[in-house]
Structure formats: C-alpha cells, structure tokens
Design a protein around this ligand. Structure first.
Ligand SMILES: Nc1nc2c(ncn2[C@@H]2O[C@H](COP(=O)(O)OP(=O)(O)OP(=O)(O)O)[C@@H](O)[C@H]2O)c(=O)[nH]1
Ligand SMILES: [Mg+2]
Length: 698
C-alpha cells in the first residue's frame, strides 16, 4: 500500500441512524473502488466493516471500524460507525478524527433520532457533512419528504446536488445537478453505469433544483451573491468552487442519492467526497500546549510527530490494537515515541492499515492519515503519542456515563478473577461501560448504555475471553437522602472487664442541594473529641451512609457536622469512635425524614405522527412528564422526563407499538424523589433480597 500525503487523503466518518445502510454503503464503496473482489452484503454477513461475530449475528454495527478506498489517486479513509443508540459513543469518537461526515439517511423514514444526535455531534465539531439519502429503491422512498424533514431536523441548507432517476423499485440512477449529466446504472449491483443526457421528463425538475442549488451557494458567499445578482446565475466554475468552500466550511450540506444494496450512485458519491470535502491538509486540529493554551496543529508531515488515539480494541490474541490519527509529522514503524498524556515512552512495532479486520503493514504513516498499531504497553484511548519534543495534547473524547447496571455472576465458580481481568480489557476498549462491585450486596455489576449494550458486552466476554456469566435483572441505582435537619447522638461503650471501648459523638445532619453528595464538617472546639479521633467519626458515618438507611442505597446530598462528644482516657480508640459515628448516623435517620431518590432520564421519542397520541399516553402511564412535542414532516418528536425504572421495557414496547417505525434516545438527567407508595415497595424488595444475604453488624 502506498503512503499518502495529507492533500491526497479524505477522512470520512459514516454516521446515521441504525439501518440507514451505512455498512452496506461502505461495502459498495470498497467494491466499486476495486478494494475487494466481492460485493459484501450485510444480509449475508459478508461485509468488510461488520466483521465481528456479534455484528454479523445481529446485523448491526456495534463498534466503529476502519476501511479505505483509493479513488482517483486519493485515499478515502472510511469509518463505519454504529447507529444503534447504545453504541453511539463510537460514532462520536469517529467524528473526532474525521474531517467530514457522510450522514446516511433512510429515504423512507427520513431523519430519525440518532440522525439528529450524530448531526449535533458533528455540529459541535464544526465538521463538513454530506447527506447520503440511501434506500431510494424502497417502497415509499421520497426525496422531497425526506428533504423537508432534513431541513427542519438538521439544517435549512441541506441541498440536493443530485436528483434520483426513477422512483422506488424503478430507481436506476442519478442526475448530477452541477454537471447536468445523467448516470444510469446496471441492475446487477455491479456499480457499472452509463453516462447520458437528462431524461426528458426530468428537464423541468432538474432546472428548478439546479436553480435552488445555485441560489443556496450564492447565499453562502458575499462575492458570489454579488455575481449572482449581476448575472442572474453563476458560471459552472463559480458553482463548483462556491459549493466546495461552503461545504468545507460547514455552511451547506450537499445531498446525494444512493441505493447501497443495488449499488447505485456510489461512484458519484465518491466523486463528491473528492470534489467537495476537505483533505486533512485543509483542517488543522485543535490541541493544547504545555501551558494549556490552544494550538492548531496542521497536517504537516515534516513537523514533530503527534497523533491522537481515538479507539482501542482488546484482542485476546493480537493484544491491544490502538487506532490513531496522525495529526502532524510522520510515524515510522519500529521506532520509539512518547506518550504525552502519561509521560511514558512507547515502542511502535508494525504500523498497519485496517481494512475491516485485515491488516496491511506500512513502513510509515504521514500527517492526516488514520492508522493502527498493535501491542502498545501503556497507551489508551484519548492519549496523545508522538515526538518527545512535541508538547501538544488533544482534547479527550467525552464518553457517556453508564445509565443502567446489571448484576453478573460467573457460571463457573472461581471465575471471578478472570472476569475482572477480562472486564478491564473490555473497559479499555469501550469507555462507556463500567465494571464494579456493589458495596452492599457484594455483587459484580456491569453498567452500560442499555440492555443491548450489556448483552453484547457479556457476549464479547464469553467469545473473546472464554468467561461465561449469568445476567441478573437490571438494577436501578436508587439513592437515599434526607428531607429534614436534626441533631443526633451516638455512644459506643463496652466497659465490662479488661480493656474497654468508649466513643461518643453528637452530630447535626441537614439536607443539601441535589447533586452535592456528602459533606463532613468538623466543628469540635475544646477537645471534647480528641483531634485524632475525628476522622474515625467521619469514617463511621461514611460507612453507614454507603449502606443507606431505608433500603440499602447510598445516602447522598446531606451534610454532617460533628459538634460535641466525650472520650475516655484509656478506653477511647478509633474503632469506638467509628462505631459512635455510625450509631449517631442511625439515630439521626430516625428523625431526619429519609427518603428514596430515583434516576430520571431525558427521553426523546421519534415516530410517525399517527402514533403520537398513543405514545404520549404510554409515557404518562410510565410516570413521564412530557416536556414538549414537535412535528417535523411526517415525524413527531416527543420529549419527556421519565424515571429510569419505568423505561426498562420501553424498547420492546416502542417497537411493537409502532411496527418498528419509532426510535428513541435516552440519557441520564437527574435524581428525584420516588412517590411514597413506590418507596414502600422498594423497601420491601430490598428487605427480601437481603434476608439471609447479610446481617448488619453493630
Ligand atoms: N432496499 C435497500 N436496502 C438497503 C439499502 N441499504 C441497506 N439496506 C439494507 O438495510 C439493512 C441495514 O443496512 P446496514 O448497512 O446494516 O445499516 P447500518 O446503517 O449499517 O445499520 P447499523 O449498523 O445498525 O447502524 C440491511 O438489511 C441492508 O441490506 C438500500 O439502499 N436499499
Ligand atoms: Mg452498520
């Protein structure tokens, strides 16, 4: 494989809602550019970018993967990303290292909830975007309806640069509005096409669409606007130049038309990527220098080397595979680099390009390219590696906090250690999961973005690391807090015979604002509790609060002030004051009006408008608070806040209620008090669960 310089590279993240055809599109691109001999199909499990067994079995991309195509002497790096909500963090990570996004949209459903999410993520990064309107061969596919919705959901400046020839089953090619050429494709999926004149029936619509495109391009640039007013139109040259700079500047979002399964429109998409999207040479990346000042790093291959790690794969055989973008300089195989984030040296072995899972070694990688390396020792996702003289680091990708936890249990006794080491490897690969141990029940907890995310993680654990675990029902991370203030007293005394124990403290407890967690204030004057024992009081209270009071959930959002106490010269020790602290906490809880908090989620539901009434009724019955409703074309968007405990079965409900045409996105919002009648149930359940599990000490 050739080594490319920045000007002959394009880095494109393929993003969009699940099922819009991203993976199939990547497959068509690889086939049309001659990178593979066989046109892989998602439905047959033969695509390059969905190579993982889990992806093949589920027919969904679950992890971002890399591929590259050579087109007109330019290397197009593609990152195929997941569209399923649970896995969207990988799409966000990909956008961080891409210079542009291809936002794939299903021409039947139009933009959906994850389309909007990835659009927002690209917007935050200021990324240029092409909209790929795919699945135009399907029944009820529509450019005009999709465009109406896209203009509301995404941006007013989404503008077709092509029109489809033929509708639904008869979709057979595209008209390029810039060159006014028509491309008619063979129906065998070979991607072969013939060039011809615009079909007569389309001359009117093509002229109108071209006019709209010219106006939009003129509007994006003052000089062009003047020319447009003078001449009433733009020359072809002005149109191409204007479209390129407006697209690169993320002012205009050109739309192209495809069918990824029939392989229609794909070569024209590649032409558009080359013509209108920027190369890395045109997009310096923002980093920070040693002093924390922002710096822009241009893709200069002669500069000191610097690369950003955006993804890590935990392979039990090949070890860690580290995927990075060379931001500046040149990386050479078999060399030593410096990890700037951790300040440790790293030895690079083979540098590889990934075509799905297939690795090709290259002697070097230049600025602007995406590459990988195996078996790095200390480097993880979000690190910066490079020349030791280079002080730049790049801002980390923010991964979402887990929203749901399941208890897991090894199927084979004694597998705990194996679970722990394997889970740490998987955490390196996927920073949106968390593995921990429940302080109350001592159960192993696996936390992630949703049920599917957890199931996939458990499947990976089994397949890659040979550890089989049992998934228990999801747990809601309830919290406890107090609503009242009170003073309380705790005294631990054991002075019968031998060396005694004596600890005694008085505390005040008071509620704090939501999200403040816990504060401890030492307000002891005059030595009523000797200095060295105050931390023991705090420790006793800390231990007690993590065990909760009502139902065993950690108590948060309150302050404890220790203001008095007494001690015994001989019998007082740390343990006694710890126990006194714990007793004072329990005493306080009898009067501080403890209550249970539950996590509330921000939920956005997208569905065809006919379903809006039913879906709102359902959200209400889930104790949801509807925050707003919006109609965008044929789609209604409902925003609501719903307790997490009511959302566990939502996925199944939405699918069956809308025949699979609805989608939703959910993320953690805040904690709120659980209604009293439900608290009773939670307390009873906690009691039942604990009976026989653990008897509290003290
Ligand atoms: N009729 C038709 N089907 C398509 C087209 N593109 C993709 N499909 C089918 O749609 C389904 C989903 O395609 P994928 O490429 O896996 O979609 P994706 O966007 O990668 O989905 P995720 O990986 O879940 O985000 C598969 O069954 C494809 O065969 C198309 O242009 N026309
Ligand atoms: Mg996919």
């Amino acid at each position: 494989m050739k080594v490319y310089d920045a000007a002959t590279i394009r880095n494109v993240a393929i993003v969009g809602h699940s099922g819009s055809g991203k993976t199939q599109l990547a497959s068509a691109i690889l086939s049309d550019s001659g990178m593979v001999n066989r046109f892989g199909k998602v439905d047959e499990g033969t695509t390059v970018t969905d190579y993982d067994e889990e992806e093949i079995a589920r027919k969904h991309t679950l992890s971002a993967s890399l591929a590259y195509a050579e087109w007109n002497k330019t290397k197009i790096n593609l990152i195929d990303t997941p569209g399923v909500g649970n896995f969207l963090s990988d799409a966000r990570a990909a956008l961080h290292v891409a210079d542009a996004a291809a936002v794939v949209v299903d021409a039947v459903s139009g933009p959906m909830v994850q389309t909007e999410k990835v659009w927002e993520a690209a917007e935050e990064l200021g990324l240029p975007r092409l909209v790929v309107l795919n699945r135009l061969d399907r029944e009820r596919a529509s450019l005009s309806r999709s465009l109406d919705a896209l203009r509301v959901v995404c941006n007013r400046t989404v503008i077709p640069i092509q029109l489809p020839i033929g509708e639904e089953k008869a979709f057979k090619g595209v008209v390029d509005l810039v060159t006014k050429k028509a491309f008619i494709f063979q129906s065998d999926g070979s991607g072969k096409f013939s060039e011809g004149d615009i079909p007569e029936t389309m001359t009117g619509s093509v002229a109108a669409a071209r006019e709209a495109l010219i106006e939009m391009v003129a509007e994006a640039d003052e000089k062009l606007m003047e020319k447009f007013f003078e001449a009433g139109t733009l020359t072809d040259e002005e149109l191409v130049g204007g479209l390129r700079s407006a697209t690169s500047g993320a002012k205009i979002f050109p739309l192209v038309c495809t069918s990824a399964t029939l392989n229609i429109g794909v070569p024209q998409l590649l032409d558009a990527i080359l013509a209108y999207l920027p190369s890395p040479a045109e997009r310096p990346l923002k980093g920070v220098d040693k002093s924390g000042a922002e710096v822009a790093r241009a893709a200069d291959e002669k500069a000191p080397a610097s690369a950003f790690v955006w993804k890590t794969i935990a392979d039990p055989f090949a070890g860690r595979i580290t995927m990075f973008r060379v931001v500046a300089g040149t990386f050479k195989a078999d060399s030593t680099v410096h990890n700037r984030t951790r300040e440790v040296p790293e030895r690079l072995g083979h540098l590889v390009l990934l075509q799905g899972k297939t690795q090709t070694t290259v002697p070097e990688l230049k600025a602007g390219d995406l590459g990988s390396v195996a078996k790095l020792k200390d480097t993880l996702t979000n690190d910066t590696i490079g020349d030791k003289s280079d002080q730049t680091t790049f801002p980390p990708i923010k991964f979402p906090e887990p929203v749901l936890s399941y208890a897991i249990e090894p199927k084979t006794r004694g597998d705990e250690d194996k679970i722990s080491t394997s889970m740490h490897r998987l955490e390196e690969e996927d920073p949106s999961i968390r593995y921990s141990r429940d302080p109350q029940t001592k159960e192993l907890l696996l936390s992630g973005q949703g049920q599917l995310h957890i199931e996939v993680t458990v499947a990976k654990l089994k397949r890659r690391f040979g550890v089989d675990v049992l998934l228990k029902p999801p747990r809601i991370p309830y919290r406890e807090t107090i609503k009242g203030s009170t003073e309380a007293h705790g005294r631990h005394k054991k002075q019968t015979g031998g060396h005694g124990q004596f600890g005694d403290c008085k505390i005040k407890v008071e509620p704090l604002a939501r999200g403040s967690d816990f504060e401890f204030v030492d307000d002891i004057f005059g030595g009523s509790i000797p200095r060295q024992f105050v931390p023991a009081v705090e420790k006793g209270i800390q231990d007690a609060r993590t065990r909760g009071y009502l139902a065993g959930y950690p108590m948060v959002d309150f302050r404890v002030t220790v203001f008095d106490g007494s001690y015994h010269d001989v019998d007082s020790n740390e343990l006694s004051f710890k126990l006194a602290g714990s007793l004072a906490f329990k005493d306080a809880m009898t009067r501080a009006r403890p209550t249970i908090l539950e996590p509330i989620m921000n939920v956005e539901v997208y569905a065809p408008s006919d379903f809006a009434g039913d879906l709102m009724g359902d959200l209400n019955s889930r104790r949801g608070r509807i925050g707003g409703m919006d109609t965008r074309g044929i789609t209604t968007i409902i925003k609501a806040q719903v307790p997490m405990s009511e959302m566990l079965t939502y996925e199944q409900h939405l699918t069956s209620a809308t025949g699979g045409r609805g989608s939703y996105h959910m993320e953690y919002s805040h904690y709120d008090e659980v209604p009293a009648h439900l608290q009773t149930k939670i307390i009873a359940a906690a009691k039942a669960e604990r009976a026989g599990v653990e008897v509290e000490e003290v």
